[in-house]
Design a protein around this ligand. Structure first.
Ligand SMILES: [Fe+2]
Ligand SMILES: [Fe+2]
Length: 454
């Protein structure tokens, strides 16, 4: 068969700057933000300029959260970019997600001259019409109710574009009738001898093991749904949402595989564009390209450096506020001051901000390589968290930073064993394993990999 190639981006979160993104309230909002706001228009423009010239494929897939937060004006601006790429002969397929619409007029926000206000919003019903030229319009099958469709992207490859943007009890989920529709489409693809892969904004396999324990980060019955797709012959799904970069795989009881390739946002660290080649029905090559530099006063930093510093600033702000402004930090994460929560957080903040890794290691009778002894725990923690989002995490056994982390986990393993929490597969979670594999990537390369589907 002929190879099928395409580019893919996730979470472009385009924001029409004309709506307003400056002032004190804006700065206050950005204090704990990991993604850009004012810069998104320019980053998107530079990515689309890159894609216009990119000659390895004429197909682009976008895995949802197209705009910032439901503003009508942002859709208008983003559609201009899509249309100009289309005019360059490119074919674009999108899925939408919950940042692309709002239920109520007051749910959007921007920061104009008079501070925070709500610009005009987009409703969910408007999305299929708005994006008719970018997937919904020439789909070979469509489930309008659930904003899902099937598109023939090459002679032998079909895209199953899925959406599950409605929540129940805080979790996104696929409706039973939508699952029936998917079953019909996968059966049809098998009947027609087509390779079918999926795209959905929300990850099916948790991007990092730790995400599997944080309820809003995974969809309802995710493990069951992953197995369902794999057994239906869909062996690959492209997702976004968490703004992290990862490739994970599960094998079902029947021996079928599903890979979930989660791509980071282009407007937040690690800022990546994927390039995918379906070589044959069993082999797929994944490559990652850094988001190009954009027009902005970045003080000489590349796009990657600028966004990675922004990520660090968010973590540092959270941790230093734990010490200096505990209440502000608690308000942000909706933490109630039950018992001594505030006091404990304050003490933890003081410790993290002042202690060095060498001192911490000494306190716990852990060996520590001299190269990181003088590193602040604050910087160590920041790098650790950033790694979990960037993928190919480097805190692995056998490295100075990884050895300290794994030794620390061993010290507290007896406590971790007593904590009874369920993993995404419904079985008791092995917290030692989860934390170790979140800090260090021991399996598939999250950026460039050759996937064997069967
Ligand atoms: Fe997003
Ligand atoms: Fe999202």
């Amino acid at each position: 068969m002929k190879e099928t190639k395409f580019y893919l981006i996730a979470d472009p979160h385009y924001f029409a700057s004309e709506l307003g993104c400056s002032g004190d309230e804006y700065e206050d909002f950005m204090h704990y933000e990991q993604k850009c706001f004012a810069e998104t228009e320019n980053i998107n423009k530079s990515v689309f300029d890159f894609l216009k010239k990119a000659d390895e494929s004429d197909i682009l897939l976008i895995a949802g959260d197209l705009i910032f937060n439901g503003e009508k004006k942002s859709h208008e601006g983003f559609l201009k970019l899509l249309n100009s790429l289309k005019d360059h002969g490119k074919k674009i397929y999108v899925v939408t997600a919950d940042h692309d619409f709002k239920r109520n007029a007051g749910d959007t926000f921007a920061f104009g001259e008079n501070g925070r206000y709500s610009p005009e919003h987009t409703t969910r019903d408007e999305l299929t019409k708005l994006y008719a030229d970018f997937g919904f319009g020439d789909a070979i099958a469509i489930d309008k109710e659930h904003l899902s469709y099937v598109a023939q992207i090459s002679d032998n490859v079909r895209l199953l574009a899925l959406n599950c943007d409605l929540k129940e009890n805080g979790k996104y989920y696929f409706y039973p009738e939508q699952i029936e529709w998917i079953k019909e489409q996968t059966a049809k693809a098998r009947e027609d001898g087509q390779i079918m892969f999926a795209m959905c904004h929300y990850p099916i396999i948790p991007g990092q093991p730790l995400f599997s324990l944080i309820s809003p980060m995974i969809i309802r019955d995710a493990h069951k749904f992953a197995s369902f797709l794999a057994d239906e012959g869909v062996h690959m799904i492209f997702t976004g949402h968490m703004h992290n970069q990862s490739i994970n795989v599960i094998t079902t009881e029947n021996g079928n595989k599903l890979y979930d390739i989660t791509t980071g946002s282009i407007i937040a660290d690690p800022a990546v564009i994927r390039h995918i080649t379906i070589k044959d029905e069993n082999t797929v090559e994944i490559k990652s390209i850094p988001t190009p530099d954009f027009e902005w006063d970045t003080e000489g930093k590349t796009c990657k450096e600028y966004l990675s510093d922004m990520f660090d600033r968010m973590i540092v702000n959270v941790l230093t506020d734990m010490r200096d402004d505990t209440q502000r930090m608690m308000n942000k994460f909706h933490l109630e001051d039950k018992g001594a929560t505030k006091k404990i957080l304050g003490i933890a903040g003081k410790f993290i901000c002042s202690v060095k890794v060498g001192t911490l290691a000494k306190l716990l009778f852990i060996k520590c390589h001299k190269s990181i002894k003088k590193m602040r725990v604050l910087d160590y923690a920041t790098e650790l968290v950033r790694g979990a989002f960037e993928g190919n995490q480097t805190f692995k056994e056998g490295t100075p930073k990884g050895d300290v982390f794994v030794a620390l986990l061993r010290r507290i393993r007896f406590i971790l064993k007593k904590i009874d929490v369920k993993g995404w597969d419904g079985k008791k979670a092995d917290l030692y394993d989860i934390l170790k594999n979140t800090a260090g990537n021991y399996d598939i390369d999250d950026y460039n990999a050759t996937l064997i589907l069967k």
